[in-house]
Design a binder for this molecule. Structure first.
Ligand code: PEP
Ligand code: MN
Length: 345
């Protein structure tokens, strides 16, 4: 349920109203927009009497929200969420963020070399997996703790913030200094992990599961946000379809749809979506033109010998070339037609 307050609402009465809602066991989220202040009610609103709220002087109108996701819903929060990293780089609300790096951290020279190369090309964040969710238990599983240590070393060397994947809440202490924690496609519905991440106050990159709907993605974001962590970045990384020509099927329509449904930033991963480096540039440009708030791209100094996902990794020079093209597409990318949907007509 959302309550839209009158423009001239008396602040003291607003506070009394807020206290009254809390006394009924409801949580409230205030979103102050240019034209309206919206109070979002989270919890069991079935016993809330709409008529008595409407009777209050400070209230303009009341709406029930049909969608099961509340905190992630644009109806609760008209403005785009903007997330700021330790480096000052931002994502959302018109700020574009590029994350790039190898699928997996392999050794110090590799991760620092790639970090320097992607930084020189204009990337804002270094990606690299230390814990890898591999289909085969015999495949390289990542360097684990040592991988995290090397990522932090690469941050020290370049100043780039780090994004890396968590697979188990037990590993959380290792992620204390990590800037953005990634939840991979395979863990999108690991609800216990999501609840633990909800207790943090740091950005979470939440990837869409390979067979999950957008509503399910937003419900997973809701798990994190319900714990009080509102810094969630949604990521489309391709889904499973009957098509076998690409690793997954890249669905660009999700970008404007997610912007319509939610205020959270939307990132696209064209590497896992396509599985082939040749397809990464066209899909990265397509996603940018569709209004994505950022990209996450696999870059490797020696893709032929990569321990994981070599075939979909760009060489640094190709990544630099792509960054130039992204910069020229970016000014014409406009998602404002899907955002700022007026709640009150
Ligand atoms: C990854 O980013 O390396 C990864 C495993 O991605 P996904 O969860 O999208 O498969
Ligand atoms: Mn990968």
């Amino acid at each position: 349920m959302i309550v839209i307050l009158r423009k001239d609402a008396d602040p003291q009465q607003v506070e009394l109203f807020d206290n009254w809602l809390h006394s009924m066991g409801l949580e409230t989220h205030k979103s102050i927009g240019a034209n309206h202040t919206i109070v979002g009610l989270v919890g069991d609103t079935s016993r809330v009497d709409i008529e008595s709220i409407l009777a209050l002087d400070i209230v303009e109108t009341v709406r029930r929200i049909q969608e099961p996701y509340k905190n992630a819903n644009r109806k609760f929060h008209e403005q785009d969420t903007v997330i700021t990293l330790s480096s000052g780089a931002q994502i959302g609300g018109g700020h574009f963020l590029v994350m790039a790096g190898p699928c997996s951290v392999e050794n110090e020279d590799q991760i620092i070399g790639v970090a320097q190369a992607v930084k020189a090309a204009g990337a804002h964040v270094l990606r690299g997996g230390a814990f890898k969710p591999r289909t085969s238990p015999y495949a390289f599983q990542g360097l684990h703790e040592e991988g995290i240590r090397l990522l932090l070393k690469a941050r020290e060397a370049t100043g780039l913030p780090i994004v890396t994947e968590i697979m188990d809440a037990q590993h959380l202490p290792l992620f204390e200094d990590i800037d953005i924690i990634q939840v991979g496609a395979r863990n999108m519905q690991n609800f216990e992990l999501l609840k633990q991440l909800g207790k943090l106050r740091k950005p979470i990159l939440l990837k869409r599961g390979m067979a999950n709907t957008l509503q399910e993605l937003l419900m997973s974001a809701e798990y994190i946000m319900a714990g009080g962590n509102d810094q969630v970045i949604l990521c489309e990384r391709g889904i499973r379809t009957f098509e076998t020509a690409t690793r997954n099927t890249m669905d660009l329509s999700v970008i404007p749809v997610l912007h319509e449904l939610s205020h959270l930033p939307v990132v696209v991963d064209p590497s896992h979506a396509t599985g082939r480096w040749q397809l990464v540039p066209p899909l990265a440009l397509g996603a940018t033109a569709c209004g994505a708030d950022g990209l996450i791209i696999e870059v490797h100094n020696d893709p032929e010998h990569a321990l994981c996902d070599g075939p979909q990794s760009l060489r640094p020079d190709r990544f630099a070339d792509l960054m130039g093209k992204i910069k020229s597409v970016r000014p014409s990318a406009d998602h404002s037609f899907m955002t700022g949907t007026p709640v009150v007509e």
